[in-house]
Design a protein around this ligand. Structure first.
Ligand SMILES: Nc1nc2c(c(=O)[nH]1)N[C@H]1C(S)=C(S)[C@@H](COP(=O)(O)OP(=O)(O)OC[C@H]3O[C@@H](n4cnc5c(N)ncnc54)[C@H](O)[C@@H]3O)O[C@H]1N2
Ligand code: MOO
Length: 401
């Protein structure tokens, strides 16, 4: 059986995502925009900083007065703190000035107070200054009219700060996707109840909800799908009317007896893929009543990995994000991989002292090792490596956002 390369699956998913227009543009208060995808470029309406100002606590002067300032000193003619509008500097004087305070007209340099002796109202420089010294020029950060952030950027804390620095209180972003999360499996019960023989707790629901919330999306928590075809149709119809995308876990491998597979086949198109990835081989791309359905394998580690590698870029594409790829680095391993596999293997790994170490049991059914991991290591199909070799590491810090 030939397996579909992960890159092919990703291409198909992204092409399918690109068939949908990006979500609506909404204006949100800046403080609530973290993680959102910017819908329109941010253009500065004013210079940042808005005026020349001092980079140090010290004394502002005209550098042409330097000889007098170093000889007998200059009278201190005003005191300027941050937030004040200074008077023009009287020729032949200096101004006491503090960090962030506007430079008075006529001054072109600041000497920091450690290099100045003030006696009474006269300040004598102990070290020379050159024009522009310790002066932060108007517009040195951002010039009015410049585009400061492009559309499609996902806003991090520093982007929120930059947008605030140009004076904007609101920002135009893409409306988060409404994503329905559906669990399937007769064996599943929700945590908080006692297990009957044969049952297990529904963990994927919580993993998926957490993944979606960490991306800032709106979750429609649909719980466990009923084990009945009519009821499954009814639930999927309901969800397809409310959601931009439905994510399911479980019931995609062979799907002989499962209601989800049958319902999907009856409600639209279904593509069942066998991917060259471990964990995460079975994956379904379907539509139900026109709403895309992404069917993830039920094994908890497979759910996590396929979400991060396939669903996350799909969702980011639907949001119009410009950067959908996860950051990855080449790092040395602290372990060896002697047996080449037939699928790309994504190992749960820990970054420790500059090298990656296996984070525990790598079975698809084991999730606790993901909790001990700081990221994933990719071992391409057919490859082996020795301890110390470089491998591709994808930190969770880049994936879980
Ligand atoms: N004959 C074959 N059997 C299997 C194949 C195959 O190709 N041929 N693939 C294996 C692989 S790989 C995976 S992964 C699983 C995928 O199976 P499904 O996606 O159909 O998922 P289920 O059978 O429903 O569940 C698999 C496993 O995961 C547990 N599970 C399911 N949902 C949850 C949940 N919400 N929370 C916690 N655990 C869950 C479920 O109990 C099963 O143990 O198929 C292999 N078999
Ligand atoms: O996707 Mo399965 O988890 O490869 O074992």
């Amino acid at each position: 059986m030939s397996l579909m390369p992960v890159a092919t699956a990703l291409d198909r998913l992204l092409a399918s995502a690109a068939e949908h227009p990006p979500t609506a543009v909404i204006k949100v208060p800046l403080a609530g925009a973290l993680g959102c995808v910017l819908a329109e470029p941010v253009v500065a309406v004013a210079d940042v900083p808005p005026w020349d100002n001092s980079a140090m606590d010290g004394y502002a002067l005209a550098s042409s007065d330097l000889p007098a300032a170093m000889a007998g000193g200059l009278p201190v003619s005003q005191r300027i703190t941050a937030g004040m509008a200074p008077l023009p500097l009287q020729p032949g004087t200096c101004a006491r000035i503090f960090t962030g305070a506007p430079l008075p007209a006529g001054a072109d340099a600041v000497q920091m107070q450690e290099n100045v002796v003030q006696q009474g109202e006269v300040a004598q420089l102990q070290a020379p200054v050159v024009p522009g010294q310790n002066v932060r020029r108007r517009g040195q950060d951002i010039v009015a009219g410049a585009q400061v952030i492009a559309a499609g950027v996902r806003l991090r804390p520093q982007e929120l700060g930059v947008i605030a620095s140009v004076g904007l209180a609101e920002v135009s972003v893409r409306q988060p996707l409404r994503v329905a999360v559906v669990s399937t499996g007769d064996e599943l019960v929700e945590p908080g109840t006692a297990l009957a023989p044969g049952q297990i707790y529904n963990s994927n629901r919580f993993t998926l909800i957490g993944l979606l919330k960490s991306m800032g999306q709106t979750v429609l928590d649909a719980g466990i799908l009923p084990d009945d075809l009519d009821a499954t149709h009814a639930r999927l119809r309901e969800l397809s009317a409310e959601a931009d995308v439905i994510i399911t876990s479980g019931g995609v491998s062979v799907g002989e007896a499962d209601c989800l597979g049958q319902a999907l086949r009856g409600g639209g198109s279904v593509d069942l893929w066998k991917l060259a990835i471990k964990p995460g081989k079975p994956f379904t791309l379907a539509t139900y009543a026109g709403t895309p359905v992404l069917g993830l394998p039920g094994n908890p580690a497979a759910t996590l990995v396929t979400f991060l590698l396939l669903v996350r870029p799909y969702l980011l594409t639907r949001l119009g994000a410009m950067d959908t790829a996860a950051p990855q680095f080449e790092l040395p391993t602290a372990f060896a991989w002697a047996e080449a596999g037939t699928r790309d293997e994504y190992l749960r790994a820990r970054l420790e002292q500059g090298a990656v170490q296996l984070a525990g049991n790598q079975s698809s059914g084991v999730l606790s090792s993901a909790s001990q991991a700081t990221g994933l290591v990719c071992v391409p199909a057919g490859e082996t490596f020795a301890a110390g070799d470089l491998v591709r590491y994808l930190p969770f810090s880049g994936l879980l956002r």
